[in-house]
Design a binder for this molecule. Structure first.
Ligand SMILES: Cc1cc2nc3c(=O)[nH]c(=O)nc-3n(C[C@H](O)[C@H](O)[C@H](O)COP(=O)(O)OP(=O)(O)OC[C@H]3O[C@@H](n4cnc5c(N)ncnc54)[C@H](O)[C@@H]3O)c2cc1C
Length: 393
């Protein structure tokens, strides 16, 4: 009898068991869509920000409500469908679109689903999923970012209404959004029990889009400074329970961090793939630069770190999707993924040499864009603190 000899396939890791046939079908559909309708416009959108029409188009194609129940216009898929969306948007090479869409699909719509009344769900989720309306999330203020409990935006009850005053900054989609999911303080003496979330229509009198902010990267997205000047809302604008807003938003932050981790890794992989191609084609001293041990090892380091970070994200996503609330693990995934993505993007620029510094090769943009992930949705330092404290310190 002849023994079967298995020849190793160096690239043959196969698909992750997290994803089933329907996820892979979705991935193929998204990849084809990105190549056809996003890739040709990425450079232009860096100058103009992505157009509302791409959001509408994605809504028409059903990509904005993948994990939303069908009764609210979604596709009724599981959590992993949103992971696939974030990964394919990351692969598009358009960081601003990845971020703007993640805010809409993974940071605003899930709390509406989780805490919203039936009326709120019908009013906001369905048009959001269809791409007819776009949303933003207002947590950060000029004087309070990491310290969420230090926010000053106040909502005061007046009869059946609430009156809101304050300001929010660095708000993604803030210039274009139709609605802001706003974190306010309703009882400053009640500590963590004194916060309340509101669904604020951005055309309500007193909502002011003060300024479009200029930033280091993510140029395809808009980022705003917002002011709320005596914004009067009915009681039906409260999302979830009065006084429970801090806990509601901490719940939201977990999903925000996890989807951010998946998206930034996919975006780093986009730069990695470009870099492998470059290292194959670029010659120095008569040979492809990838064949120098120094470069080959850098590529090996990047690939290994990306793989390790991705496994951590997938393992965490599996736990989250089955209903766990794995705050420590999510914090680790976001911390490790965003650091890895940043290191990979930096190495990609280095391997490109002077070309890496030029905009036309696209890797400097990834480096600038990815820098955000170590700041937004929980800085490295805050995540390290969450992880450290989870051991009882
Ligand atoms: C492009 C962009 C988009 C964003 N989009 C949104 C959005 O859509 N909605 C929204 O609400 N926010 C958004 N943010 C805000 C973002 O989440 C905050 O910038 C982030 O949480 C940090 O807050 P901060 O900027 O106020 O920094 P600070 O909290 O002032 O922190 C400054 C520094 O001090 C460190 N630090 C603070 N506290 C501690 C501590 N206890 N221990 C150790 N170090 C500490 C921080 O790690 C950081 O290095 C966005 C930010 C950017 C840049």
């Amino acid at each position: 009898m002849t023994a079967t000899i298995t020849i190793p396939d160096p690239a043959g890791a196969g698909e992750h068991p997290l994803f089933r046939e329907e996820h892979e079908a979705l991935r193929s559909a998204l990849r084809a869509f990105v190549e056809r309708e996003i890739t040709p416009h990425v450079d232009e959108w860096e100058q103009t920000t992505f157009p509302d029409s791409i959001v509408q188009r994605m809504g028409e194609l059903g990509f904005l409500g993948l994990a939303v129940p069908e009764e609210y216009g979604g596709q009724g898929g599981d959590y992993f469908t949103n992971l696939v969306l974030a990964e394919e948007m990351g692969r598009s090479g358009c960081g601003g679109l990845l971020m703007g869409l993640s805010v809409h699909t993974d940071m605003v719509i899930p709390p509406l689903l989780q805490f919203g009344t039936e009326e709120q769900k019908r009013a906001w989720i369905t048009p959001g999923v269809r791409g007819q309306k776009m949303y933003c999330l207002g947590i950060t203020e000029p004087d309070a970012g990491s310290d969420v409990a230090g926010i000053r935006t106040r909502a005061v009850r007046d009869g059946d209404d609430w009156v809101i005053n304050g300001s929010k900054t660095y708000i993604t989609n803030g210039i274009r959004a139709d609605m802001c999911l706003l974190v306010t303080k309703t009882d400053p003496d009640a500590g963590h029990h004194g916060f309340t979330l509101f669904v604020v229509p951005m055309d309500a009198p007193g909502v002011i889009r003060e300024k479009k902010l200029s930033k280091m990267g993510m140029h395809a997205s808009d980022t705003a400074l917002l002011a709320f000047d005596d914004v009067r809302l009915p009681g039906s604008a409260v999302l979830g329970q009065v006084g429970r807003g801090f806990f509601h938003i901490m719940w939201e932050l977990q999903a925000e961090r996890l989807i951010g981790a998946a998206g930034c890794l996919a975006y780093a992989r986009y730069a990695f793939d470009k870099t492998v191609a470059f290292a194959t084609e670029r010659f120095a001293f008569g040979q492809p630069i990838g064949s120098f041990q120094a470069i080959r090892h850098k590529i090996a380091e990047m690939a290994t770190k990306l793989e390790a970070a991705q496994q951590l994200v997938y393992g965490t996503a599996w736990s989250y999707a089955r209903g766990d609330y794995p705050v420590r693990q999510i914090s680790m995934a976001k911390l490790f993924a965003s650091r890895t993505a940043w290191e990979v993007a930096d190495a990609c620029v280095q391997i490109h040499g002077g070309a890496g510094y030029m905009t036309e090769y696209g890797v400097e943009r990834v480096l600038r864009d990815l820098r955000l992930y170590r700041i937004g949705a929980g800085t490295d330092e805050i995540l390290l603190d969450v992880i450290g404290k989870s051991y009882g310190f």
